[in-house]
Design a protein. Structure first.
Length: 164
């Protein structure tokens, strides 16, 4: 084999192994109750809000995972929040392409600013995510990535509302 052809074939083989991780299906399993892992907290507030929290959930590189669902508003009102993720957001949500939509001040705490993105492909195509640093009630600053539906975006849900 000629040197250039050998180099090209090696680079093709290596590029096939360089695919980014995709945690979207595992995260969706947690959100839909298909995971067999019991949440550390599972609350239903008068049928208004369903909130489930997992601490260090298996299969997802995060410190915490929270699923929020507001069935009284609609089936499309839900969010999935990752606290202290050890992977890039696009890997958590299984997207190769994201569009930056700028920065947005937190509606409840204007001193906090979130980067806003739209997912252009993958499992959660056309959904949005906010990426930034939140502050727990204890004062500890944590990185938060929150996946939200367009319906939740209209309601200006803030990740700060759920940090404890």
């Amino acid at each position: 084999m000629k040197p250039l052809a050998a180099l090209l074939s090696i680079s093709v083989v290596l590029s096939g192994h360089a695919a980014a991780a995709d945690y979207s299906r595992v995260m969706w399993a947690y959100a839909t109750g298909q995971s067999r892992v019991t949440p550390a907290m599972d609350s239903r507030l008068m049928g208004e809000v369903v909130m489930q929290i997992w601490v260090k959930p298996p299969g997802v590189p995060v410190e915490g995972l929270m699923f929020l669902y507001m069935p009284k508003r609609s089936q499309a009102h839900w969010a999935l929040m990752a606290v202290e993720p050890a992977a890039p957001a696009r890997e958590l949500f299984g997207a190769k392409t994201v569009t930056s939509l700028g920065r947005q001040a937190d509606p409840r705490r204007p001193e906090l600013v979130w980067n806003l993105y739209r997912l252009e492909d993958g499992t959660f195509k056309s959904l949005y995510y906010m990426d930034g640093t939140g502050v727990e009630k204890s004062g500890r600053r944590v990185r938060v990535v929150m996946l939200v539906t367009p319906q939740v975006m209209e309601g200006r849900l803030s990740p700060s509302d759920f940090l404890k």
